[in-house]
Ligand binder design. Structure first.
Ligand SMILES: Nc1ncnc2c1ncn2[C@@H]1O[C@H](COP(=O)(O)OP(=O)(O)OP(=O)(O)O)[C@@H](O)[C@H]1O
Ligand SMILES: [Mg+2]
Length: 362
């Protein structure tokens, strides 16, 4: 692991990187910590890099949990690359993106004639990854029937292809990731408890970017350099106030959202420094609307604190709903609430997608 001394935020420095761009196309911002393709600075990411270092070389199952865009895929690759299996295949499969009937054959393979269109024997991902690592991404989306088969691979290292009776033995390490709270899914009866405990040998939880804002300056530097190289641009850095704004943003799409924003800014700017005026309007604060929290000034006659707080709550809820196109799960996450609490509040404030109805019911 590369780990350099603590330093001032990168934007305050002229010499930003530990190595020259000629020497390394993706240099690490000075003071940051790099693990494989990941950059971190604060204690949370350093702890994660330490944990990977300690567990990469064993064969235990690792369950990676984190919101979208927090780097679950990068972590899985890093673990494989640090393990004794690094010369063997790393095969990732997104369990949420493939229809259930196809997923079984993708994972376990099928024999000729197993179903219409199965014109030849086809090996599945587990067989292809023999000796290496299988990364089951979005495992929380897998059906209970398939969960049973995966459990068997984990416990006995064997399975039968679709339509076949011959048992195939494999030596694979399984890594899994999910954005769901799997223990909650177990409670709801949607995820098998036995598989949950079998996967939960080493849990690794990636914090959302808004909980590790200290990493933002370093990620910004890293992505500026990456986007400059990729797009043949020469942007030199970012102004302090623009960086401050980035540090305050909620980042619902986490590191992916930050990376994509920086790439957009670099391509559009081309050269010079990114300033506050270059940031998109949702980062600068939108023009005032019903969804903007009211600015409240305390006058001589005083103010009713309860109604002011109600107004403030209503505006923030509306803002989160607008930001997430009224997807309540996402809006609840932005407000650190659970979904049912948010739904109750939406009802209480009588909020609708077409606009807030001002009068409260209670
Ligand atoms: N710590 C990091 N340092 C550098 N780049 C990062 C870091 N974390 C994430 N990224 C980048 O952010 C993007 C999203 O990462 P990744 O695909 O691993 O997230 P994810 O958690 O798997 O997301 P999803 O749940 O949507 O699949 C990638 O382009 C990745 O390279
Ligand atoms: Mg992913």
């Amino acid at each position: 692991m590369q780990n350099s001394a603590v330093r001032k935020p990168p934007s305050e420095q002229l010499d930003l990187f530990d190595s020259t761009p000629e020497a390394d196309p993706e240099p690490v911002p000075r003071g940051a910590c790099r693990y494989d393709e990941m950059i971190g600075y604060g204690a949370r990411m350093r702890e994660i890099f330490d944990l990977i270092e300690r567990v990469a070389d064993c064969d235990s199952t690792i369950l990676i949990h984190g919101e979208t865009g927090t780097g679950k895929g990068l972590i899985a690759r890093a673990i494989h690359r640090q393990s004794r299996r690094r010369e063997k295949p790393f095969i990732a499969i997104n369990c949420g993106a493939i229809p259930e009937n196809l997923l079984e054959s993708e994972l376990f393979g099928h024999v000729k004639g197993a179903f219409t269109g199965a014109t030849a024997n086809k090996p599945g991902k587990f067989e292809l990854a023999d000796g290496g690592t299988v990364f089951l991404d979005e495992i929380g989306d897998m059906s209970p029937d398939l969960q049973v088969k995966v459990l068997k691979v984990l416990e006995e290292g064997e399975f039968e292809p679709v339509g076949g009776s011959k048992t195939i033995r494999v030596d694979v390490r399984i890594l899994a990731a999910t954005h769901r709270d799997l223990s909650e899914e177990v409670q709801k009866g949607k995820f098998r408890e036995d598989l949950f405990y079998r996967l939960y040998v080493i849990p690794l939880s990636l914090p959302p970017l808004r909980e590790r804002r200290e990493d933002i300056p370093y990620l910004v530097d890293y992505f500026i350099n990456q986007a400059n190289c990729k797009n043949r641009r020469t942007v030199e850095g970012i102004d302090e106030e623009a960086l401050e704004r980035l540090k305050r943003h909620a980042w619902p799409g986490n590191v992916r959202e930050l990376k994509n924003l920086i790439e957009r800014l670099i391509v559009l700017k081309g050269s010079g420094r990114i300033g506050l005026g270059d940031l998109p309007s949702d980062l600068l604060g939108r023009p005032r609307s019903s969804a903007s929290p009211p600015v409240i000034e305390l006058t001589e006659e005083g103010i009713c604190l309860n109604s002011a707080v109600t107004e403030f709550e209503k505006a923030l809820i509306l803002q989160s709903l607008e930001k997430t196109q009224w997807v309540k799960n996402k809006a609840a996450k932005l407000l650190h609430l659970n979904r049912t609490t948010l739904v109750e509040k939406i009802k209480r404030h009588r909020l609708t997608p077409s606009g807030a109805i001002d009068a409260d019911e209670d």
